[in-house]
Design a binder for this molecule. Structure first.
Ligand SMILES: [Mn+2]
Length: 465
């Protein structure tokens, strides 16, 4: 389906170069990736026949197969796509992978819920920095396993702030190394990444960033006033209306930080000013004593009753000299939601957490294959959504459109747009139009059915010849 698109090559083309030190292993990886990419939402036994299945399990469990080797070519291709842009956003974020079930799986660690088993994945996703926000692919991935049983559950928070923090630094460095200094990267990081050490590290290496502030800080200037007070007293230099996506209720401590909300249009006021942060006590004296940055205060004066008001403090190296420049920096941060969509493509679209692989090593190899597949799903939906006039042929082959026309419950226009096609695919997956835009699950299912129907269609054409 995406196979004929120049922008989104077959997944095996990206993985084929993987150097696993063995011709046969590399070839098997290419085949496996194609088979799985065609049926991303299926469990292994359903997506593969018996012989393929055995080969798949052998492959994932093979000692010589490593996630780094599988992913390296995808990272390189992402960097090549990024190189076509003068500047890109690199959104970094962590998600947890939870592998439920009664049996303990070898090598998995603890998660936020004490009884759960799994690990954390930290991803760096490149997007075009223009308004289109085209997903360009992954530039880095690091995993975190909480294996030390001697650390009590509550104390992981402290441990996290030390050892686990290094992932932010590593992934920024990995991404920059791949981009090779040709393309300007703007690193977009949520509240979890806010630490003096990271900000100073980024600034010292002349990296650009927008990091959402997590903690209030005493300022080095402004008579030791606090960051938030100073930012709140600055005069707004622009106002904008933005639509806020709805957020479901999340249980546990995460839900406290991200209270549920309904979708609405928010009137945001935005103020920006230069500040100087003093080095915090836990940071090495080798780091500079203060850090000059810009802070952007984004807030909603009046939220509807019962809805939490928007308030962000964004720390950035980007210029704030004009209202346009400030708006650009805010929009860089607002693009962060794309990585949340990527996580959904991986978890819901590819059903990664439902994979019945028995060890952490096998699960990591599978992640290395599914992460680029999830990027491809994300890119497909993006193409269908980004441009209302984009033709369907930009996302699907002529053959697939014929199949779709033949089976679709929704009649397709003579010249369908990518959006028409996406909705038709979703309806194959059981999507009801009145339910709004299709989610990852129905889209994944619909795509799978379309690919099967296409195979049948081709078989019939062959038979008729
Ligand atoms: Mn996060």
């Amino acid at each position: 389906m995406l196979r004929n698109r120049a922008e989104v090559p077959a997944i095996s083309a990206e993985l084929r170069e993987a150097d696993l030190g063995d011709e046969r292993l590399s070839r098997r990886l290419g085949l496996l990736a194609d088979q799985l990419a065609e049926r991303p939402g299926e469990s292994f036994p359903k997506a593969l026949d018996d012989a393929q299945l055995e080969a798949a399990y052998r492959f994932f469990g093979n000692d010589r197969v490593s996630p780094e080797a599988i992913l390296a070519p995808h990272f390189r291709q992402s960097a090549l796509r990024a190189a076509e842009h003068q500047r890109v956003l690199v959104v970094h974020d962590t998600t947890q992978f939870d592998f439920p079930g009664h049996s303990k799986r070898a090598g998995l660690g603890r998660l936020i819920k004490p009884s759960a088993q799994g690990f954390f994945g930290h991803f760096s996703l490149a997007l075009s920095a223009d308004g289109a926000r085209v997903p360009l692919g992954l530039l880095a991935l690091e995993t975190v396993f909480r294996l030390d049983k001697s650390i009590g559950h509550k104390n992981w928070t402290a441990a996290k702030s030390r050892g686990e923090r290094v992932r932010w630094h590593n992934c920024v460095n990995d991404a920059e190394a791949l981009l090779g200094g040709e393309t300007q990267a703007i690193h977009v990081i949520d509240r979890e990444g806010d630490s003096y050490a990271l900000l100073a590290d980024l600034a010292t290496h002349q990296r650009d960033f927008v990091v959402r502030s997590f903690q209030d800080r005493v300022l080095a200037t402004h008579d030791e006033e606090r960051l938030r007070d100073v930012a709140r007293s600055a005069r707004p230099s622009l106002r904008r209306e933005v639509s806020l996506a709805p957020r479901p209720r999340i249980p546990g401590p995460k839900g406290k930080r991200h209270p549920s909300r309904r979708s609405r249009i928010a009137k945001l006021s935005i103020a920006a000013l230069a500040v100087e942060l003093p080095r915090t006590s836990r940071v090495s004296k080798a780091e500079s004593a203060t850090l000059k940055l810009n802070v952007i205060h984004v807030f909603e004066k009046k939220a509807p009753i019962g809805e939490p008001a928007v308030e962000w403090f964004l720390l950035t190296t980007l210029p704030i000299n004009t209202p346009e420049a400030i708006a650009f920096a805010v929009d860089c941060y607002r693009a962060r939601w794309v990585i949340e969509e990527f996580f959904k493509a991986l978890k819901t679209g590819c059903q990664y957490e439902s994979r019945q692989l028995e060890s952490a090593d096998s699960l990591l190899n599978a992640l290395a294959i599914f992460a680029p597949v999830a990027w491809r799903l994300l890119a497909l939906r993006h193409l269908a959504r980004a441009d209302a006039k984009a033709p369907a042929t930009a996302a699907l082959t002529v053959e697939q459109l014929s199949v779709l026309r033949a089976v679709s419950k929704r009649p397709l226009p003579v010249r369908p747009t990518a959006r028409d096609a996406m909705l038709a695919v979703a309806s194959l997956g059981g999507h009801i139009k009145s339910n709004g835009d299709p989610g990852w699950l129905v889209l994944g299912r619909g795509l799978h059915d379309l690919l099967l129907l296409e195979l049948g269609w081709r078989a019939r054409e062959q038979a008729e010849k």
